[in-house]
Design a protein around this ligand. Structure first.
Ligand SMILES: C[S@@+](CC[C@H](N)C(=O)[O-])C[C@H]1O[C@@H](n2cnc3c(N)ncnc32)[C@H](O)[C@@H]1O
Length: 300
């Protein structure tokens, strides 16, 4: 990474409060979900041990609100304690975990970060302050988003995903993008970055509910596009385990971290229930080269 970027990182690291500093706790084991704090856990792992990171950090929506918060689904609102930060804590927290993710991810490895309008601009600013290369952003548009009950604004129906290459602007190169597979998935047309995918269906919530559970169709598309079979993919805010389930289905190794035991239980149940053959991402496309690639993975 360029000297000025490193200096910038050092400067910023001095501002991270003690409460979010990494501590040592153990060894990285592939295909494992760690029920623990992300910063403490990542802090004990070696540099460059991960091929890619796909993660959906807390949104900082709940703040001090109770009850009436932005609805992600018909059943749940974001009033959870894990999503509540005070003052500048959220920015410090974001900088701290992102720096750990950059350290763990191989140079030029892919990093995908989910967010809503509440946090994505702050995350984008932090990404830019670190000098990282932004490849794309993806808009996830939810055709069945819940109506806005206040009637004072447009109905919120999108989330954004920032796609980064783990290197500085000028040096970033050779990031993984499985162009041909993604094109086949899109009936032979180049895939655009506006993805209309419905909210998580009921059958993906059969082991319990998480307020911001992502649909597998969405996660599998990212995993397929931006990682290779046998890659190790980290989700440091795993929630109900959607990234991990997508990785397992598509023959990638995963490492998940989730602090809340009840979400870990949902994720474990989903992983146990997941085989490699039932590929949601391909269920809406004719049998394709991408599916054949996956069949090869499941035979191993
Ligand atoms: C936006 S949700 C992720 C949802 C996930 N994408 C899914 O599909 O279920 C963020 C998750 O991060 C977890 N979390 C928040 N702070 C954490 C921390 N410091 N370490 C580990 N997990 C944390 C929360 O408990 C929450 O489940």
């Amino acid at each position: 990474m360029a000297r000025d970027v490193r200096e910038n990182q050092c400067l910023q690291s001095r501002t991270i409060s003690a409460s979010v500093r990494p501590q040592t706790i153990g060894k990285l084991v592939k295909n494992r979900l760690y029920c623990a704090d992300a910063l403490a856990t990542m802090g004990s792992w070696p540099d460059g041990c991960i091929d890619a990171c796909i993660t959906d950090p807390p949104y900082n929506i709940a703040k001090n609100k109770r009850g009436l918060a932005w609805a992600f689904s018909s059943h749940v609102t974001m009033a959870s304690s894990w999503d509540r930060f005070v003052g500048d804590d959220y920015a410090e927290f974001t900088l701290a975990w992102l720096k750990e993710v950059c350290r763990l991810t191989k140079p030029n490895g892919n990093i995908f970060i989910f967010g809503s309008y509440h946090n994505i601009y702050l995350i984008g600013a932090i990404v830019q302050s670190l000098g990282l290369r932004i490849i794309n952003s993806i808009i996830w548009a939810k055709p069945n988003a819940q109506p806005n009950i206040t009637c004072r604004m447009f109905t919120e129906s999108t989330e954004q995903v920032i796609w980064l290459c783990n290197n500085d602007e000028r040096r970033a190169r050779k990031w993984t993008f499985n162009y041909a597979e993604v094109k086949e998935l899109n009936s032979g047309k180049q895939m655009r970055n506006f993805w209309q995918i419905p909210l998580t269906p009921k059958n993906e919530r059969k082991f319990g509910k998480h307020p911001s559970q992502k649909p597998l169709l969405l996660m599998e598309r990212i995993v397929l596009a931006a990682t290779n079979i046998k890659d190790t993919v980290l989700d440091c805010f795993a929630g109900s385990g959607s990234t991990l389930v997508a990785c397992k289905k598509l023959g990638r190794s995963f490492v998940g971290i989730e602090r809340d035991e009840k979400y870990c239980q949902i994720a474990r149940a989903r992983l146990k229930d997941t085989g490699k053959a039932n590929i949601t991402a391909f269920s809406q496309a004719p049998r394709s080269r991408a599916a054949i690639v996956q069949d090869g993975a499941s035979r191993r």
